[in-house]
Write a protein that binds this ligand. Structure first.
Ligand SMILES: *Cc1c(COP(=O)(O)O)cnc(C)c1O
Length: 387
């Protein structure tokens, strides 16, 4: 029973996309909110060059990190950029027991003229607030979140790579550090940002991935934390991800937990479907789906390019039929880390279908990365200069 498609994509007017559209002060005006204490032992130029010449994802980190702490009563204090290093944490820290944590993922891109930019930072800052609220964590003001990125990237600018498709991946996160085993919203919370130079997700063009649609597990449920970017959602996706790998698939896709028939998203990426008539469809935001900034930007780009974009219920059965009949020509996943990934194969308990198209996927990839890397004009004011 697909619901009627809305004429205008809802995502053009969600609270997150509206928050993201509020202009930010220039980075120069935000800089300095997190004063820098320089690392006594930064990587040497040679060590850094070595790392930057062979980039992967998420395994090496820059010389510094952001930290600030919140306590109930005092609020946030002690904003700083400090040397990167291990944390001293009480074994009783609440996050280790009850998972009270939220995070973000955003990239810094080096443009050809050497300047460094990020993509819609207020979107991520606003989403961190939304996530924090759901996890009963304190909110950090959007401008402070953006300022934390400015100050960290300015301290570690030399770590922003300049190769094709490379970036400095920024990971803001906030967690309950209070040493207390009672179950309550913590009275002490820490916010950090770490940065990791990252290689291109694709080195030889857009390579399609295979998907296992799990009919046994869900990553989120109604009234739960699916719309929040929190570690627990990822924890719940790991076993099904292992199951997907055992079936020979790259990634797992989840269905809704109520009807167990409708497509939701991958463990860390949203999903879009391209019809033969050019319409692009994506599951509506039901509360169990994470509202991706990439999803939101793609909806805007496609809509403005004159394409019909609809957010609707997409049933797995219908999708498999439509792929078989040729009514659906492309399926892709999207998120900050990979930008867009074509899905080449969809497998589940009783189906296994191949998807061969990737024309629209490629078009979106080129347009979005073109804007992010400064090769194409940015008519939306999405890019924010950090350095
Ligand atoms: C982060 C994330 C996405 C993608 O969000 P972007 O803002 O596009 O990076 C999608 N789904 C889940 C579950 C996520 O955690």
């Amino acid at each position: 029973m697909p619901e009627t498609a809305a004429p205008t994509p809802d995502s053009l007017a969600t609270p997150l996309s509206q928050a993201a559209a509020v202009p930010l002060p220039d980075a120069d005006a935000l800089a300095g909110r997190f004063p820098l204490t320089r690392s006594p032992r930064p990587a040497s130029d040679d060590e850094r060059a070595q790392v930057l010449s062979d980039l992967h994802f998420g395994s090496v980190f820059t010389d510094h990190m952001v930290h600030t702490r919140w306590t109930r009563g005092e609020g946030w204090s002690g904003h700083q950029v400090m040397p990167y290093g291990d944390l001293a944490l009480s074994p009783a820290a609440a996050v280790l027991h009850y998972g009270q944590e939220v995070f973000e993922g955003i990239k810094a891109y080096r443009h050809a003229d050497g300047s460094v930019w990020t993509f819609r930072p207020r979107y991520n800052a606003a989403r961190l607030k939304v996530s924090a609220r759901r996890l009963a964590l304190p909110e950090l003001a959007e401008e402070d979140v953006v300022a934390s990125l400015v100050d960290l990237v300015r301290a570690d600018e030399a770590w922003v790579p300049s190769g094709e498709g490379e970036s400095l991946y920024l990971r803001p996160f906030m967690f309950a550090s209070e040493a207390f085993l009672g179950v309550h919203a913590a009275d002490v919370v820490d916010y950090y940002v770490i940065a990791s130079p990252s290689g291109a997700y694709f080195t030889h063009g857009l390579t399609p991935i295979s998907i296992w649609v799990t009919q046994d597990y869900h990553r989120a449920g109604r009234g739960g934390t699916g719309f929040a970017k929190t570690g627990g959602n990822y924890a719940s996706s790991l076993l099904p991800q292992q199951e997907a790998a055992a079936k020979g698939c790259d990634q797992v896709c989840f269905l809704d937990d109520v009807t167990q028939t409708n497509l939701e998203e991958l463990g860390g990426m949203n999903v879009m479907v391209v019809d033969a008539d050019g319409t692009v469809r994506t599951p509506r935001l039901t509360g169990t789906i994470l509202e991706g900034g990439t999803r939101s930007a793609i909806i805007r780009l496609l809509t403005d390019a004159g394409r019909r974009v609809v957010e609707e219920t997409i049933s797995l059965d219908g999708l498999v039929q439509d792929i078989r009949s040729g009514k659906v020509t492309e399926v892709f996943a999207c998120g900050t880390a990979a930008v867009v990934v074509p899905l080449g194969r969809l497998m589940g308990r009783d189906f296994d279908v191949a998807i061969t198209g990737s024309e629209v996927t490629r078009e979106i990839h080129d347009r979005l990365t073109g804007i992010q890397y400064g090769r194409l004009e940015d008519p939306y004011g999405w890019m924010y200069r950090l350095v």
